[in-house]
Write a protein that binds this ligand. Structure first.
Ligand code: NAD
Length: 310
């Protein structure tokens, strides 16, 4: 049984990730941790009744930050509430303070598991945590799958096919510096080159998804997609599958980037990132990666300057 502790487990994506794990194939001890204890109790009272319908003998309960110490996977989705915004980056300082607080028990604890960062802005927070120097980069994974799913949906609408049949990858920053890989699209396993109109339509869908969704001012994030995607990522860890998924990882020279965490194709296994898969990119795509790295590092530098000045 794999112990998965979800910090922020009373929230939208934390509770959705827990729910999706309950119907996944692996067997999980799921522990929800949050600063809202009544909301944790509400989710546990509800989800424990779903156990009888589960495929495997999972368990679910509320817990405390100390539960992270012997966890196999710590999912970090704790955050300040969503509000109208023009970029995920506006949450950096506030969410860094929460992330720092949540990870504190793990420092110097001999923690041997994997941290899966969902909190935004994910690339900057990953870079910031890694700079603190206590967690090897392969055990720190940032969730960025949604960007590729949005690109696949946009392409599917542009071509009039089902999104399931489309394979397409968005790498780079989970945000303004995203890099669509138009050179690697397949539909039904066959390579496809989009016309300029199809590409414009797919790009419009993927690039503006976040702004369109935030503008609804619903107070909720992409809870269903993210919960399902998170469960898939955890299944890849649990089964040591070696599945290649897009995820944010601190790069060490791959794609010409040193020290910034960006979305890249990652082979996922029991210890987290087995390896970063290096594809041949076009000069334009590589330039996009460089630009994204500069953006992310500048944001973290600014933050470090602010905390050093305090
Ligand atoms: N990486 C991605 O693709 C992706 C996708 C969706 C959402 N997100 C991000 O994930 C984060 C959470 O989203 P959400 O929809 O679940 O938000 P939410 O507001 O529903 O949940 C956040 C939860 O964190 C809890 N929390 C706050 N401070 C805490 C602390 N110190 N310790 C424990 N719990 C704490 C809150 O009580 C709340 O339950 C946001 O930053 C959001 O932008 C990322």
């Amino acid at each position: 049984m794999m112990k998965v502790v979800i910090i922020g487990g009373a929230g939208g994506i934390g509770s959705s990730a827990a729910f999706n794990l309950l119907s996944a194939q692996g067997t999980y001890e799921i522990v929800l941790v949050d600063t809202r204890p009544y909301m944790i109790t509400s989710h546990v009272m509800d989800q424990e009744n779903a156990l009888a319908l589960g495929a495997t003998p999972d368990t679910v309960r509320g817990g405390t930050p100390e539960d992270t110490l012997d966890a196999d996977v710590v999912v970090l989705s704790a955050a300040v509430p969503l509000r109208l915004n023009s970029s995920r980056s506006v949450f950096l300082a506030d969410n860094a303070s929460i992330v720092g607080q949540c990870l504190r028990p793990l420092k110097d604890s001999g923690f041997g598991g994997v941290v899966l960062m969902l909190t935004n802005p994910v690339d900057a927070l990953m870079t910031w945590v890694h700079r603190q120097g206590w967690l090897p980069r392969h055990r720190l994974i940032g969730y960025t799958l949604n960007d590729s799913l949005r690109l696949r949906t946009g392409i599917a609408y542009a071509l009039g096919v089902h999104p399931r049949n489309v394979d397409a990858w968005m790498i780079g920053e989970h945000g303004e510096g995203q890099v669509p890989l138009y050179s690697r699209i397949t539909v039904g396993g066959e390579p496809v080159v989009l016309t300029s109109e199809q590409r414009a339509a797919a790009e419009e869908y993927a690039d503006n998804w976040y702004a369109r969704h935030v503008a609804l001012d619903s107070g909720r994030t992409s809870t269903w997609t993210t919960g399902l995607g998170t469960a898939r990522l955890i299944e890849a860890v649990a089964t040591d599958s070696g599945t290649v998924l897009p995820a944010s990882v601190v790069l060490d020279g791959e794609y010409g980037v040193h020290g910034a965490s960006l979305g890249v194709p990652v082979e996922v296994g029991r210890d987290g990132v087995r390896r970063v898969v290096e594809w041949d990119l076009t000069p334009g795509e590589l330039h996009g990666m460089q630009q994204a790295a500069v953006r992310v590092e500048a944001a973290v530098d600014d933050m470090d300057d602010v905390s050093a000045a305090r």
